[in-house]
Design a protein around this ligand. Sequence first.
Ligand code: NAD
Length: 313
Amino acid sequence: MLYRDSYGSMALRLDGRKVAGEIEKCLKDGVSSCLKQAGRPPGLAVIRIGDDAASAVYISNKEKACARIGVKSLVFHFNQDISTQDVIKEIEKLNRNELVDGILVQLPLPKQIDEAELLKAIDPDKDADGLHTLNLGRLLKDEEGPRSCTPAGVMMLLDNYQIPIEGKRVVVIGRSILVGKPMALMLQSANATVTVAHSRTRDLASLTKQADLLVVAAGKPRMIGPEYIKDKAVVVDVGIHRQPKPIASASSQGGKTLLCGDVCFEEVSKIASAITPVPGGVGPMTVSMLLVNTINSWKNHCGLSLRMTDLLP
Ligand code: NAD
């Protein structure tokens, strides 16, 4: 089988870190080759509100990725108790700022903030996360525009490993605007037959057992075990959870938390033909797609003749 590894019995690891590294290399070359013509580097503004610990890690990863490929990142960190209107004023300034090509609001937000209002305030052409209503509509209609980063990253990863999608039975677990819904649309556009499962779905296993490709974005640690998996299915685990490490390993391996996904990786690996690890699967691909959206917007703002298809491996 094309995408099974040489061991035969264990699933192929879909290595998002490696693919993201290859994408970054292409993007870096593209940015440096157009820098003179553009007269300025691409710019990404990141809005952080409050002190959510996981957000700090995600933002730091995004800043580092920007630095590696030559994108200038600016982080705007606001107090936990800022109002929606005050953040919107800042977003409007960034919309007018000619050095900024992409704007993203790091989620989750404090309770008093109206997330939908913030996302709506971002100029759709600077929508680095692809979550603006207009861009979700563009996705629905198969029109060009910034795509939601996580599902776009999943598509890119599958494409990189030449995993066939057309005509396949796909189940997406989760129907959020961030992941599940755009994921289902992208897979449908790639000619899969897609079923979306959610918290009110009955007898989930009977659906997932039919899936040639299962994408899990339920936000529930290790919810999906081998009993949900069709033999030789491809499994994409979008979930990310930080869990306390057992005390013995916490002291020996540095750090007190362990990352896991929505899928029981070891057990499911014995049945699946291919699977994404957590960490190192979908996460790095999400960051790559953020860079792709920002550079695409830079290309449009600076009138560059750069073709995104030439920039990707
Ligand atoms: P969410 O909580 O907004 O949505 C979860 C979805 O799962 C909902 O639609 C819900 O109906 C469904 N669901 C919950 N329990 C279920 C069950 N028992 N059976 C079937 N469906 C069920 O979460 P989200 O924002 O879509 O994120 C999902 C996960 O992906 C989270 O763990 C999040 O941290 C992770 N995530 C990872 C990345 C990445 O870059 N890797 C990006 C975004 C989100």
